[in-house]
Design a binder for this molecule. Structure first.
Ligand SMILES: *Cc1c(COP(=O)(O)O)cnc(C)c1O
Length: 547
């Protein structure tokens, strides 16, 4: 907002009871109704226009400048602006410095364009202001939440009709929970798993529980591509984040099931005094989009009686696609599954979900209070890490009705197929190298000038290291310069595994989820990267490292 405002000659704004009451009462006459409608269309279309034209990752105004304009910490006793001015400010002064994640040239993150009806649904949720922590503040919304969870449960676990009839509205159990995001969904899954493995831990703490169980430590096993929320969960749950044991990946960035199996066996040996709290399979790794071999993981977990969690925060909705659901086969054997609504369900920020195969799994984390959530009550808050909570399930439930699973499948299929086209474009270019093949709709690649590509194919490990360090700098620079030019955006990460010759390499990461991103735009993005590479001299032979 522009806080260096000009001297104001209008009537000063006042804070009085009459004005205040007006903001609480619904517009009583046509005129004020029209004003409100005008505001809403200003928001819907003013922002749409802006979003159609602007990418917003530019250097136009630096973070430092923006921070400077937003450093006044005094609270104003008097109203400063009227709502229409605030909205204009937001559209003209704030939105231009936000990031236009809905641009088809923005292919760097798991945040993208959303269907416009999501904004309407979100507005309705805000207008009704239900609090699903308890029935007394939500009533039908608690019922809808259970129904939506059952639908998603069905998508994942596909149990019998009789099972869903029995549990969909059963107040004594829960098929899962809505959470703020995937981080808290993963946390909830491991929380329930921990409390089942170590009875008494919630009340008595880790020390007593370990003693009772006769163990010295608990570990969680996941591939080295596991999301960092798993580390947070291990820390918060008191088992220690160093006990999230990373398992090697294969050349396709999937967990090495053989190594996992050996690790589990090794940890079970007498004298190790170690319990495995959970094995986590990833269905759509954040960095590479790859899917772990879920069937093999399910076998290992079944053999050893280990909780099997699948982190499908990204990939879960792939189950709606007839063509690609098979990529996740084995997910139905999980004990718990994380799915994010604000990713491939295209919901507005934020919505996480955790589903449990066993409707009583969440009993392990119930909490009660005297004024709400009393024992025996049906309040959703009993089995939730959150207290007060928005009814995001309504948005998902309605979105599923508007789209149908077929509609969602069109988006999923388009993303995967666009990623394959993009991979092909990258392969065809002399100065590019595909690093991870797209299994879902995420891929990684890097700029690698032809001569260096040929050198890498034949040199020693040490020589490769020097070349890779050079390329890492190059790719970091190109990614940064492209972002700063503000026309398009891909993200960047560092990978290391058999797929990179076990060397750390900086890669560019593309997430293809925007249905408006087509092959032409992708070629433009690569052209731009190529231009930047040539401009900074990265393609010239004299820039090659001395190897
Ligand atoms: C995004 C993501 C998460 C975390 O989800 P948030 O909603 O950002 O908290 C966890 N796991 C995977 C695989 C993800 O892609």
């Amino acid at each position: 907002m522009n806080e260096e405002s000009k001297p104001d000659t209008r009537r000063p704004l006042v804070a009085d009871w009459q004005h205040l009451m007006r903001t609480f009462i619904r517009p009583e006459d046509e005129a004020s109704r029209e004003v409100l409608t005008k505001y809403m269309s200003q928001i819907l279309f003013g922002l749409q226009d802006f979003l159609a034209s602007h990418l917003g990752v530019t250097r136009e105004r630096t973070l430092k400048e923006l921070a400077g304009v937003h450093s006044d910490t005094r609270l104003s006793p008097l109203p400063e602006k009227k709502l229409d001015e605030i909205i204009s400010d937001l559209i003209e002064e704030v939105a231009p410095h936000a990031v236009n994640v809905s641009s088809p040239y923005f292919i760097g993150h798991m945040t993208s364009a959303i269907p416009f009806f999501m904004v309407h649904l979100r507005t309705i949720v805000a207008a009704l202001n239900q609090n699903v922590v308890k029935l007394e503040t939500s009533k039908i919304f608690s019922v809808i939440e259970k129904q939506v969870l059952a639908k998603i449960h069905r998508m994942v676990f596909n149990r019998q009709e009789a099972f869903y009839r029995r549990y969909v509205q059963d107040p004594a159990s829960a098929l899962g929970a809505f959470t703020e995001n995937g981080t808290l969904a993963n946390f909830t899954a491991l929380w329930a798993a921990r409390n089942r493995l170590l009875p008494g831990i919630e009340a008595e703490g880790v020390h007593a529980a370990y003693r009772n169980k006769g163990v010295r430590r608990c570990v969680v096993l996941a591939s080295r591509l596991g999301h960092y929320s798993l580390r947070k969960a291990a820390g918060l749950l008191g088992i220690g984040n160093q006990q999230l044991v990373p398992v090697e990946v294969d050349s396709r960035w999937r967990i090495d099931a053989g190594k996992l199996s050996r690790t589990v066996r090794d940890l079970a040996r007498p004298g190790r005094e170690t319990a495995v709290l959970a094995v986590v399979g990833i269905a759509g790794a954040t960095e590479t989009g790859t899917v772990d071999p879920l069937e093999a993981l399910a076998d290992i977990c079944a053999e050893h009686g280990i909780h099997f969690h699948v982190d499908a925060a990204w990939g879960g909705p792939t189950l709606m696609s007839e063509s690609y659901a098979g990529l996740l086969s084995g997910i139905e054997r999980a004990d718990s599954v994380t799915i994010d609504g604000h990713k491939q369900f295209y919901m507005p920020m934020t919505c996480g979900m955790v589903l449990f195969k066993d409707p009583n799994a969440l009993d392990a984390v119930t909490y009660h209070a005297h004024y709400i959530n009393r024992p025996g009550s049906v309040d959703l808050g009993i089995r939730s890490i959150s207290g007060s909570r928005e009814a995001t399930s309504l948005i998902l439930g309605c979105a599923l009705k508007v789209m149908g699973t077929r509609g969602y499948a069109l988006l999923i299929d388009h993303g995967i197929e666009t990623a394959r086209i993009f991979a092909e474009q990258i392969r065809r270019r002399e100065d590019f190298e595909l690093v991870s093949e797209p299994e879902l709709n995420i891929l990684t690649y890097r700029l690698c000038p032809g001569p260096l590509k040929r050198k890498l194919a034949s040199c020693t490990f040490e020589e490769k290291k020097a070349v890779n360090e050079h390329l890492n700098r190059l790719n970091r620079d190109v990614q940064r310069l492209q972002r700063e030019e503000g026309k398009s955006f891909v993200s960047r990460t560092t990978l290391c595994g058999p797929g990179t010759g076990n060397q750390e390499i900086v890669v560019l990461r593309a997430v293809l989820m925007n249905p408006m991103t087509g092959p032409g735009i992708l070629e433009e993005i690569l052209d731009e990267q190529e231009r930047i590479l040539h401009r900074i001299g990265g393609a010239a032979p004299e820039q090659e490292p001395p190897v």
